[in-house]
Design a binder for this molecule. Structure first.
Ligand code: 3EB
Length: 308
């Protein structure tokens, strides 16, 4: 079956993994070679496996690990705990872009970033998330990708210092960056959110249909709404998601990130009836200190009329 999907499973349980993300690491975000792997300390037993069902070629070098199948590539890297992250993030992202380009998969359509101490100040007093965004923006500006192909993204905390990230890319062009009319594009956020805006699109639509939806939160325009109010943040987040994926029940690979462990039960109660498929819940800090919940997922390709 030649279809990109993510499965919450045991690492050995899926044939032909493109890449594996484990969320139970006890050490700083790191990569594993052999089978391309990213290990993130989020105190969760969940393991996420990306596959298309096609045989995979793997490799690594320059601190980057990757797997590719002729159409799709997964690639992961890590930045060690640092007093300031921008230079290391820029270098690691450029190494990842370089590796993907050398392999023949230059079209990055999805990325995940797990940033330790995400809301804490770095050595210069800049919030670590903003420090990270600066390095990522520098990497994107030295790559020739136009704004209408920016990847979808998730940017959340990790339980130990350091940054781990992974990317999905395609051999062929044609993915489209999708924005949400309820929100200012993140790459146009005003400077009050940091020296460089976040480089990502609200969703990424692949040719043939599947839409990979970015981490989505209680933001309208560029502002956080309902600070301190869990239920309203959940509602606004689900409404923002529904703008991008009208049928939330069909969303796959849903991951829900909740800032406070004590809020997970309530978030589960509100989200469980909304989503049809399996949902993984994580407790971790989020990229703005007033955000309480963030949700991502993947809308499957809809069958063309008259087929199936
Ligand atoms: C937001 O909408 C919430 O920096 O890669 C969501 C998804 C968020 C991705 C990122 C940040 C990122 O701005 C935060």
């Amino acid at each position: 079956m030649d279809r990109l999907r993510s499965i919450f499973a045991e690492p050995g349980g899926v044939e032909h993994p493109l890449g594996i993300v484990g969320y139970g690491a006890a050490t700083a975000p790191s990569i594993g070679t052999g089978t391309p792997a990213l290990d993130i300390p989020l105190a969760s037993a969940v393991t996420e496996v990306w596959t298309t069902g096609r045989p995979v070629t793997t490799g690594s070098g320059g601190g980057i690990t990757f797997g590719h199948d002729g159409d799709y590539a997964f690639c992961a890297g890590a930045v060690p705990p640092s007093p300031r992250y921008a230079p290391g993030v820029r270098d690691a992202y450029l190494r990842a872009f370089g590796a993907l380009a050398d392999l023949g998969y230059p079209y990055v359509f999805r990325m995940w970033n797990f940033v330790g101490r995400i809301n804490a100040a770095n050595a210069d007093g800049l919030e670590t998330y903003r420090d990270f965004c600066r390095g990522r923006a520098e990497a994107f500006e030295s790559s020739p990708l136009p704004l209408d192909t920016l990847p979808a993204a998730t940017g959340v905390g990790a339980h130990l210092p350091g940054i781990g990230f992974c990317l999905l890319a395609r051999r062929e062009p044609g993915h489209v960056a999708v924005e949400n009319h309820r929100q200012v594009p993140a790459y146009r956020y005003p400077a009050r959110y940091g020296p460089r805006p976040p480089s990502f699109a609200r969703a990424s639509r692949l040719p043939g249909g599947p839409v990979l939806i970015s981490g989505t939160a209680s933001i309208l325009g560029h502002r956080t709404v309902h600070a301190g109010e869990l239920a309203s943040q959940c509602r606004t987040t689900l409404d923002n998601l529904a703008t991008l994926a009208p049928d939330l029940r069909s969303l796959q690979a849903v991951k829900v990130y909740v800032r406070h462990a004590t809020d997970v039960q309530a978030v589960r109660r509100w989200c469980a009836p909304v989503f049809g498929g399996e949902v993984a819940y994580f407790t971790t800090d989020l990229c703005r200190s007033d955000l309480l919940v963030e949700i991502e997922g993947m809308a499957p390709a809809t069958a063309p009329a008259g087929v199936g």
